[in-house]
Design a binder for this molecule. Structure first.
Ligand SMILES: Nc1ncccc1[N+](=O)[O-]
Length: 238
């Protein structure tokens, strides 16, 4: 899978992608990330990317021309790609959307705005507008990294088997269960007995109950399409 990122701060993206899961996936050749500096697609000597808003108002707006030039440059190879604009006005990014992007797109262009926003006409050249949350970031770069990280984790072979369970729980519609490791007793804070029992059936049930309990407490909005078994467990918790 290939990600092409349009930004005026390429170093934000380049720095992050060298580490962790993404670094391994890059080394394995499972994913490719190319970062393009929008300033390289300007036509003036000052490499200007923004200007004052028509109609007045605070701050600056990013101009359409660098985005247009960069998108046309990428499209010159006529390969299919999904163009995604990161913005607080976009549709909410979820684990399910990450799964959809991984399954449907061989290549994604992640378009990062800065300042008070970007010229509305840029949207004529994108496929989707996506938001990672209801808050305003200084730019789309962090959102682009969130999308890259969460999509790459879903690519077969990108992770060891042990980590895929985390995605599964979100995909099934509830939060993850609690995790513990050594020491067994830390200043009197003990690991739950059941996890030391070796009884995998009991452990699985305990984990499911804890996941549903956490979800009921912090994210009841996720509890929609539960299986009859999960519904039974949830009813016991209420
Ligand atoms: N929330 C955001 N704020 C600024 C830019 C992009 C954003 N987002 O969620 O994609």
């Amino acid at each position: 899978m290939k990600f092409e990122v349009l930004t005026i701060f390429p170093e934000i993206i380049e720095c992050y992608i060298k580490h962790g899961v993404l670094g391994k996936a890059l080394n394995k050749g499972i994913v490719e990330v190319k970062v393009y500096n929008l300033r390289d697609f300007t036509s003036d000597k000052h490499k200007k990317v923004d200007d004052y808003p028509y109609g007045g108002g605070a701050g600056m707006v990013m101009q359409i021309e660098p985005f247009y030039n960069a998108i046309m440059h990428l499209k010159a190879d006529e390969k299919p790609r999904k163009l995604v604009l990161l913005s607080p006005q976009g549709r909410k990014f979820t684990q399910k959307l990450a799964q959809k992007f991984m399954e449907e797109s061989k290549a994604m262009v992640l378009i990062c705005g800065r300042y008070e926003g970007i010229d509305e006409r840029v949207k004529a050249f994108v496929d989707e507008e996506v938001s990672i949350g209801d808050y305003v970031l200084s730019g789309g770069e962090l959102a682009a990294l969130v999308i890259i990280d969460s999509v790459v984790r879903l690519i077969p072979g990108a992770l060891g088997d042990e980590l895929s369970a985390v995605e599964d729980s979100f995909m099934k519609g509830f939060l993850d269960y609690p995790h513990y490791t050594r020491p067994e007793d830390f200043k009197g804070m003990k690991v739950p007995e059941v996890l030391l029992s070796g009884d995998h059936k009991k452990i699985a049930l305990w984990r499911k109950r804890q996941a549903l309990k956490n979800t009921l407490k912090n994210r009841p909005d996720l509890l929609k399409n539960l299986s009859p078994e999960d519904m039974r467990i949830l009813k016991e918790l209420c």
